[in-house]
Design a protein around this ligand. Structure first.
Ligand code: SF4
Length: 457
């Protein structure tokens, strides 16, 4: 536990304690899993790949499949050409994927392995069978985070595979680093609006698939190769999230002149409104689907009904930058006060956007990129909060300070609902309201004086 965390804050520049991020290849592996028939491949040691797979497996509660170049001392000195060539031979012989998506690791980046040259040679030697594809993204983990790795892999998929032939009445949506349930909900909203769409990547049906008694090496879900190829013919791309959705949309704009509309993750009322308004421009009649109107009305009703519990509650928000920005915006819509807002990732947009949101209403808010849970805990020790909204790692602070915790973002290692129930869209916001009120009520029930212990909240 974190009982020893001190309230006295000492400026640290070269040390992170309880980091609020993880390493690049995890994001690249997650993005690759959203491509149908794709085998994510880690070019580095077995240890890296084991960690990335187990971290994703613990989050999604599904076995995450990936392969590795299995570096040992020899590859560390002489480079990974032989290992990657042998790995590709084994992968296509044993698992027969349509695509292998190679991401690098710290070690292979330090060595300086040239992946395109290795793959070209393997292809010329017949190691890559006819019709099969190998793509790659550079994901050195000594810079960036899993967020960078995700967007690097999405951009790589587009650079390698998107094509332009004849215009299609469809749009592309780059959903950002969100849950399979969120991807499913984003598609549901676009479909309800009558907008044909390609979601890239799409992990719904991959990491939230069912159990029907038959084992499929490659699940039914995922963006298919023809869909990815067609993204260059789309009318537009909607990128959701500055850090994980916009880079892919901008890559498509640069490569094929597909106009990019850059939005935030559609979490909460305003951000979902912006998403629906954008979809309207591509729907046949410009009307908002009746079901979506109903979902929104139910959300507004719930917000107004529960206002008394949210009003001016102090909240600490921590996690991935796109998630933190979107949740902060939603907490403000609820009338709460996000007073501490941190991410472990790097990116000036994080602080700039949060200052835009918070300066007019919570000018005392502390906002920091490249921060960590230790620093957040110290801030809380100095001035407590009523609620923490973060990934699973916030539970240590929540326990020692007895603060309600709402788990959102990545990773969530100790709960199960996140991959099935979305937090995006109007219905996702309803779920968040349920999670927030339940966390606040649970705290009241366990700690209030007996005369305040209520059956009805
Ligand atoms: S930080 Fe680097 S060495 Fe460590 S698991 Fe990630 S890629 Fe491997």
């Amino acid at each position: 536990m974190l009982n020893a965390t001190t309230a006295e804050i000492v400026e640290r520049k070269a040390l992170r304690v309880n980091a609020a991020k993880t390493c690049q290849p995890i994001g690249a592996m997650y993005a690759s899993l959203g491509i149908h028939g794709c085998m994510p491949h880690s070019h580095g040691s077995q240890g890296c790949c084991s960690y990335h797979r187990s971290h994703l497996t613990r989050h999604f509660k599904e076995p995450v499949v990936a392969t590795t170049s299995s570096f040992t001392e020899g590859a560390s000195v002489f480079g990974g050409l032989a290992n990657l060539t042998q790995a590709l031979r084994n992968i296509f012989t044993i698992y027969n994927p349509d695509i292998v998506a190679v991401h690098t690791t710290c070690l292979s980046e330090v060595i300086g392995d040239d992946i395109p040259t290795i793959v070209k040679r393997a292809t010329e030697e017949g190691v890559v069978p006819e019709g099969k594809i190998v793509i790659h993204a550079n994901t050195p983990s000594f810079v960036g985070s899993h967020i960078t790795g995700f967007s690097n892999m999405v951009s790589a998929i587009i650079k390698y595979l998107s094509e332009k032939s004849s215009p299609k009445e469809q749009i592309n949506i780059i959903p950002g680093f969100v849950e399979p349930a969120d991807m499913r909900e984003i598609k549901r909203l676009a479909n309800l609006m009558g907008v044909a769409n390609v979601l890239l990547p799409d992990t719904s049906g991959v990491l939230d698939g069912g159990l029907d008694g038959t084992y499929e090496m490659f699940p039914k879900g995922g963006t298919t190769l023809p869909e990815i190829r067609s993204t260059g013919d789309s009318q537009a791309t909607i990128g959701l999230g500055h850090f994980t959705g916009h880079p892919g949309a901008l890559t498509l704009e640069t490569k094929h002149n597909v106009p990019a509309t850059l939005l935030e993750l559609p979490i909460g009322v305003g951000a979902t409104d912006a998403f629906i308004q954008t979809l309207r421009a591509f729907s046949k009649d410009g009307a908002v689907a009746a079901q979506i109107e109903t979902d929104r009305a139910r959300l507004i009703d719930a917000i107004s009904d529960m206002q008394q519990y949210f009003h001016q509650k102090r909240v600490a928000v921590a996690g991935d930058p796109d998630q933190v920005i979107a949740h902060t915006q939603f907490l403000l819509e609820l009338g709460m006060k996000p007073v501490y807002v941190i991410t472990g990732s790097l990116g000036n947009h994080f602080e700039k956007r949060l200052h835009e949101l918070l300066d007019p209403v919570v000018p005392e808010a502390k906002i920091k990129q490249q921060s960590d849970f230790f620093e957040l805990h110290q801030w809380i020790k100095n001035e407590p909060v009523d609620l923490i909204v973060s990934n699973t790692y916030g539970k240590y602070i929540a326990r020692v300070e007895d603060i309600p915790l709402v788990r959102v973002g990545f990773p969530i290692l100790d709960r199960v609902g996140h991959r099935f129930f979305p937090t995006v869209g109007y219905t996702g916001a309803l779920r968040l309201i349920d999670m927030i009120t339940s966390a606040l009520f649970d705290k009241k029930d366990r700690s209030c004086a007996e005369e305040w212990f209520e059956l009805v909240m």
